[in-house]
Write a protein that binds this ligand. Structure first.
Ligand SMILES: C[S@@+](CC[C@H](N)C(=O)[O-])C[C@H]1O[C@@H](n2cnc3c(N)ncnc32)[C@H](O)[C@@H]1O
Length: 380
């Protein structure tokens, strides 16, 4: 099921096609969530937008527009050289670049570019905006892993971007090598990656406000539309639709501090709207020391042991209410695991070992979806 849902994204990753552009309204919704929590979140800050290109992307335009009202100190955006980017086969320099005295045909293909907006009204029109952006070619191709982009990261307070999905793990590791705050777009499935989950567990990163129900619509270069199956590219909006997309961040926002309103276990068993819980109760896993809670709104408020909850619970996660103690996913071996199966136990032993398993009344076993293991936080 997950495979079908994310097949556009998987195909894009495989083809190393990273050319999707984030929509203005999606950037705005996410940034507003941080601003609602802390109106000064960007004040006096240097923001780096790597993996960007102001001629294509909305990130630079968005922050340039808000330069003054957000109180930014500096905005730096870097782009990746077309020759290094297999997704940039349709690249054409824009008039912005070709019309500049600094334009160089060879460098344009081989080098990344850096765009800077400081508190300087370059064209003296009385406002600081995108027209005051100054640009130059980088020494290298603008790879976020290059020394010169690393040096920019180390001077920045906040990194914001939609990084190449094919390099998501590496991009997060790159962020973790520094002390920056960040907000980046990625596939929700990354929560289960063995490189990412421990960071979530330790509250080094969390889910942002996110997209409505995980549905993201990205603009793509017009010519790239034929790389997508019929129906995926929407002619009227010139976007492709990816499911299960979210923002990963370490910037605080309000929802993260709202407690989930939940019923007790007894009330859930009596009144839950889910037939799997009402009158049935909660099943215990056979291979994890935890109970199965198949829906976030069915988490029993008064249960003190570990509970396996859907990954989407993270959208509602409040670290003061619950702690994350593990995940039922192979590669993430956690203490709550009780046993491994072999083929004498069940023909589907491999599946069972990968996830949490429930022993059914007839003695067979059923594997569940990947679950986060959470526990009610003890009162301080
Ligand atoms: C998903 S797109 C997002 C573009 C833009 N940030 C936006 O959201 O509209 C990712 C961008 O990363 C760039 N990219 C790919 N590999 C990169 C690398 N190793 N270093 C820096 N940028 C890279 C691609 O050129 C692509 O435009």
């Amino acid at each position: 099921m997950a495979k079908t849902k994310n097949s556009n994204l998987s195909a894009a990753k495989k083809a190393k096609n990273d050319e999707f552009y984030t929509q203005w309204a999606d950037i705005e919704r996410e940034m507003n969530a941080y601003l609602e929590y802390d109106p000064d979140v960007f004040r006096g800050k240097t923001i780096l937008l790597p993996c960007d290109d102001p001629e294509w992307s909305n990130f630079t335009k968005y922050f340039a527009l808000h330069f003054r009202d957000y109180g930014l100190k500096k905005l730096i955006s870097t782009s990746y050289a077309p020759n290094s980017n297999s997704g940039a086969v349709f690249y054409q320099p824009t008039q912005f670049e070709t019309g500049s005295p600094d334009y160089d045909q060879t460098k344009s293909m081989q080098r990344g570019r850096v765009f800077v907006l400081g508190d300087k009204d370059v064209n003296a029109d009385g406002i600081i905006n995108i027209d005051d952006l100054q640009w130059s070619y980088l020494e290298g191709d603008g790879d976020f892993r290059s020394e010169e982009v690393i040096a920019l990261r180390d001077k920045a307070d906040i990194v914001i971007t939609n990084p190449p999905f094919s390099l998501f793990r590496e991009f997060v590791a790159w962020l973790m090598d520094s002390t920056v705050h960040f907000s980046i777009i990625g596939a929700r499935n990354a929560i289960t990656y063995k490189e990412i989950f421990p960071l979530i567990q330790r509250n080094r990163l969390w889910i942002g406000k996110g997209f409505h129900q995980g549905d993201a619509y990205f603009r793509i270069p017009e010519e790239a539309r034929t790389s997508y199956a019929a129906g995926v590219f929407d002619e009227s909006t010139r976007t492709v639709h990816f499911r299960n997309i979210t923002w990963f961040t370490n910037i605080e926002h309000g929802r993260r501090h709202e407690p989930l309103q939940l019923m007790t276990m007894a009330d859930n068993i009596k009144f839950s709207k889910h037939k799997e819980v009402r009158g049935v109760g909660y099943l215990k896993y056979d291979n994890y020391d935890a109970i199965e809670v198949p829906f976030t709104d069915a988490i029993p408020a008064d249960y003190v042991g570990a509970m396996g909850v859907p990954i989407t619970y993270l959208d509602k996660y409040n670290p003061d209410q619950f702690e994350i103690v593990g995940i039922t996913d192979r590669g993430n071996e956690y203490a709550l695991k009780l046993r491994e199966y072999d083929k004498n136990d069940a023909p589907n032993a491999g599946d069972l070992n990968r996830r949490a398993a429930i022993k059914l009344a007839d003695g067979t076993y059923k594997s569940t979806y990947a679950r986060l293991l959470i526990r009610k936080k003890a009162a301080p």
